[in-house]
Design a protein around this ligand. Sequence first.
Ligand code: ATP
Length: 506
Amino acid sequence: MRKKIIFWCLICSVAMMASMLTAYSHSKEDFAGGPGLIGMLVITTAALLIYYLKLDSGAELVPAAMKIKEQKKKGEDTTKSVTFKDVAGLDEVKEELSEVIDFIKNVEKYKKMGAKIPKGVLFHGPPGTGKTLMASAIAGESNSHFVYASGSEFVEKYVGVGASRIREVFEKAKKNSPAVVFIDEIDAIGSIRNADNNSEKDQTLNQLLVEMDGFNTNDNIVIVGATNRIDMLDPALLRPGRFDRHMFIGNPNVRAREEILKVHTRNKPLGEDVDISSIARKTHGVSGAHLASIANEAAILAVRKNKTKITNEEFCQAIERVLIGLQLKNTSVMEKEKRVVAYHEAGHALIGRILKNSPVEKISIVPRGQAMGYVLNSTDEDRYLHTRDELYNKICTLLGGRAAEEIVFREITTGAKDDLGKANEIAQQMVCELGMSDLGNRVYKCHQNGETKPMVEREIKRIIDMSYKKTKDIILDNSELLEKIASELFHKETLTGKELEAICNF
Ligand code: ATP
């Protein structure tokens, strides 16, 4: 519509300019202000022409709501394009993708062999692990255009709108081939179709399938999809010839965390006391996005403190800020509550130490985010397998806070809400998914009502009750140590892992 209006304004402006020029050339005396008016019309026409050409260049092809990022093509400024160097870790994914990149770069070589370009690559895994980053690195490495679209942007109320947006994205990619089309949150349009059909969603998915089938090796386009829920995707999307290459991108291990931190600190001035590998050990279980945020927070904190370099202190604060939340200023925690929190956290630390869970990095009773206190753990190695005993020990450590409260104050508080949720989740997994309970090597559908549900519930309760009893016994046997840790914590408010060890070994 806008294009049409500009087009007709342009025509009118040209027509007016032509008629003025004719009138001026016929009688210059009668047309005294002619040159000025003609000049203005020339400027207006030129402005309209430039605007029209800009619209025509395709900037409006895809609706404004849709974010499309394009990387520079070969020969142009590629300094901003993302390459594998910007993606830390994920070596196996990079290796797997190198074939796809080679295909895009040397399409003729593969055509001669009669090989077809792999059409779709699907990244799946938890949020913030670098799926988008990896997709744009494919474009960067292969010097192709990067066309970004998010699945949720295709979800429309009106039938056919989503499908037409899909068409536009693919037209754009074909126009700019070689191209990498990245569809983030693909589950928003590609979830399993069922009986209560939603015709708009189905049409959008059908259009995506049609487009994927429609392009061939000559188009030199690769589609990369990303989802956190691969189990929700329609089988039609996953069949060979569509998204047939599935790559899991999970949270980084300790080595990858170190590499990610190096990538995100490479342009930052670091103090001599900053030890990237120790930061990596303290950030077990976090995503690449968290690590990027920690590096950035540390830099902001250093600026706030007018420092010229980022020191270890800023990194420690940034970790707590990102993982636990903002340190609350001017909180007036009642003396009694502070005491309860001190015993609660001391309970966690004591049980964790005795049962040899992950080493404690720090214990604090300074409120942060929604937590009144917390225990930060570190780890030297990433574990992929856990024994049954280790899971029991984890449950005991989680219950350590509540058990300490009950023993010391003969009263329990709401402070154990999160701990109970986590402990119950582990127990539920042990019963329903891992075959690690007295119900044997069976799996159960925990969330569905059925005749096994009461039995499953009883077993979860048994695990929790048994662990709680063990936790209380340990605390009763070590009540003096609990007392020492809690009172140190109460006075100092924060204890490091080393200080905790010193108290325990005294
Ligand atoms: P979502 O599933 O929520 O869309 P995602 O997996 O697509 O998340 P990205 O958007 O790629 O995650 O990553 C977010 C940010 O985290 C990146 O911009 C980058 O700064 C950082 N990041 C994540 N993984 C890595 C990595 N492997 N190397 C370097 N930076 C990373």
